[in-house]
Design a protein around this ligand. Structure first.
Ligand code: IDP
Ligand code: MG
Length: 146
């Protein structure tokens, strides 16, 4: 199934100038880059993006972290994009992520794990709408095929 996914390069990776390397890995795996921007999330945006975690003990720390520095947001599309990008990214805890994954290679700890990626096509749609206006997403591959 053709799907969309939202990827964030988180502050720990931004601070080590890894945005290009992370995006390049996902492109090299055959996913199509459809949207890209650098921004500094405010608390309202972070709380919306991470709304499902509102009741978790790490929520405030997560919002503090994701708003601590500018990040890069990227939209991708491709066959089974959600699952393929989640696999490239690896498990939440970098120490438990498979060898060769983005988080295993770059992540520092369970919070500072370098990347976010959508966990379902439904959440991808919601998340892309948080970061991009419609005219900032360039999904020619989709519209041609439709
Ligand atoms: P995911 O990013 O692999 O989908 P989620 O469980 O959705 O993982 O958690 C969202 C983000 O919250 C994680 O990527 C990580 O930055 C942070 N996080 C998750 N679990 C913990 C924890 O136990 N302590 C601190 N931060 C956490
Ligand atoms: Mg998640």
């Amino acid at each position: 199934m053709m799907e969309k996914s939202l990827v964030l390069v988180k502050p720990d990776a931004m601070e080590r100038e890894l945005a290009g390397a992370i995006i390049a890995r996902i492109q090299a795996a055959g996913l199509k880059l459809t949207a890209l921007k650098m921004l500094h999330m405010d608390r309202a945006m972070a709380e919306r993006h991470y709304a499902v975690h509102r009741d978790k003990p790490f929520f405030k720390s997560l919002v503090d972290y994701i708003t601590s520095a500018p990040i890069v947001a990227a939209g991708f599309e491709g066959e089974d994009a959600v699952e393929r990008i989640r696999k490239l990214m690896g498990a939440t805890d970098p120490a438990k992520a498979a060898p060769g994954t983005i988080r295993r290679d770059y992540g520092l700890d369970v919070q500072r794990n370098s990347t976010h990626a959508s966990d379902s096509p439904e959440n991808a749609e919601k998340e892309i709408a948080i970061f991009f206006r419609k005219d900032e997403v360039f999904s020619q591959a989709f519209t041609k095929g439709a």
